[in-house]
Design a protein around this ligand. Structure first.
Ligand code: F0G
Length: 434
């Protein structure tokens, strides 16, 4: 049976207790599974077989892998058949980054447009198993959109705590549409996170941020699905944006569990990319510190990852160590250009996802990535999540102001501005230059 284990003091707890951190030492908790006699070969063939099965739980790109997920009956599972997101070749992004070949796995193709759905199906299912009627999260937007949708499916009341005026409108509109109670906190994400943790500890509300270990269990299936789509061939490197550091931690855990069960023979290098104004993990990693120093205030136009005090950093560090990974940081200009290039591949993504391609480019230039490496970059959110950013970039009106600094204009190096034309054929023809 799965159990909860503290990362720090290694104490075990049953999964039916409502715990977010270790009651003994406040350490982060992991869901752990016994390593049974089912071989790696057997797991792979069972999971491959399920891909063709019409059952909803087999069609879910999360629950298909249920041998390595928390227990739940079919009736308890709350799913929107998440997962099954594409792997796409991205030749222009590869050229821009300076690598021979680049594959993007687009988790923005999930039901609510981000990878959060993978963790929300397991998080809300656990909420139902525990009998919770109310759920809450702090969010830079995507978690709230996803939680609101899954809570609606489960008939639960949802409360989202968002930093006032700091989330992309697409995400806010989703939370409203799915019926969440939206509380705009006059503060940043880190304030909202602290407050929601306090509220959840004093009320029957179940907390669904990624500090909740059941969220990460769903997100770790990114590793499983990715390998399944590649016929179980391991890439050399997996590149992922880092915000609250739940996703990078989850992906590393997924690979590690497959390694322990003999499904794979080595770990791909986990490569976490942060935005320069919100890069506490990068600072910790490059300074070789033992503890993460929160950054306040955090800033970046990639609002999804505008986080200065990421809760899952010890798990992310563990993932970096066990995969011989690395951390990089990219600036606003690099993010904006990389996003436009991903768009030019006919793929598109939200700004936070574009740090991946920007980061690969920087690591290639520094000689840390070999251009011949087999790399998969994870795009985390859909291009329609933040249309304001995209339109401003292409119009040449994207600007940002670091705390205490002057307002800076982003150079629209790959701009595709729209053309204003009078409603008349001749004017159109001359605008078309045909
Ligand atoms: N990309 C997108 C699009 C995100 O929404 C997030 C996080 C990340 C990357 C970073 O992932 O936090 O696991 O390191 N969004 C959270 C939210 C914080 O509230 O939606 P992470």
């Amino acid at each position: 049976m799965p159990s909860l284990r503290c990362l720090s003091c290694k104490t075990n707890y049953p999964t039916h207790e409502k715990l977010y951190t270790c009651p003994a030492c406040d350490g982060l908790l992991d869901v752990t599974y016994p390593i049974d006699e089912m071989s790696g070969e057997r797991l792979m063939s069972l999971w491959d077989w399920r891909r063709a099965s019409p059952r909803t739980i087999d069609q879910s790109g999360v629950w298909r892998f249920r041998e390595l997920l928390p227990e739940a009956t079919e009736d308890e599972i709350v799913t929107l058949t998440e997962g099954n997101t594409q792997l796409w070749e991205a030749p222009r992004s590869a050229k821009f980054a300076g690598v021979d070949r680049l594959v993007l796995k687009h988790l923005g193709m999930n039901p609510t447009g981000s990878f959060k759905d993978l963790g929300m199906t397991t998080g809300i299912t656990q909420a139902r198993r525990l009998g919770a009627q109310m759920v809450a999260c702090a969010s830079t937007g995507n978690t709230s959109a996803s939680m609101a949708a899954y809570a609606a499916r489960a008939g639960m009341k949802s409360y989202v705590f968002i930093p006032s005026g700091q989330i992309a409108l697409g995400k806010l509109s989703q939370a409203l549409d799915y019926g969440a109670v939206v509380l705009q906190i006059e503060g940043d994400f880190d304030d909202a996170m602290r407050l929601v943790r306090e509220v959840a500890s004093e009320t029957p509300i179940y907390l669904l941020n990624s500090i909740n270990p059941f969220r990460l269990e769903g997100q770790k299936t990114i590793a499983f699905e990715l390998l399944q789509q590649r016929g179980w061939q391991i890439p050399d490197r997996i590149v992922v944006p880092g915000g609250n550091l739940g996703n990078s931690s989850a992906i590393a855990k997924g690979f590690r569990e497959l390694l322990e069960r003999g499904v794979i023979a080595r770990m791909p290098k986990l490569t976490i990319i942060q935005a320069e104004g919100s890069n506490p993990l990068y600072r910790m990693w490059s300074e070789k510190s033992e503890v993460l120093a929160p950054l306040s205030p955090a800033w970046t136009l990639a609002t999804a990852i505008k986080i200065g005090s990421p809760v899952s950093w010890p798990k992310a560090i563990r993932g970096l160590h066990c995969s011989n990974g690395t951390v990089e940081s990219v600036n606003e200009q690099e993010i904006a250009d990389a996003k436009a290039i991903i768009g030019s591949d006919g793929i598109g993504c939200e700004p936070a996802s574009a740090v991946t391609v920007a980061g690969i480019r920087k690591l290639v230039a520094a000689g840390e990535i070999d251009p011949g490496e087999d790399i998969v970059a994870i795009l985390t959110g859909h291009v329609l999540k933040d249309p304001d950013y995209t339109v401003n970039y292409h119009r040449g009106t994207l600007t940002y102001a670091p705390p205490g600094g002057e307002r800076i204009s982003i150079h629209s190096n790959y701009a595709n501005a729209f053309i204003q034309v009078p409603s008349e054929k001749q004017a159109l023809l001359s605008a078309l230059q045909l």
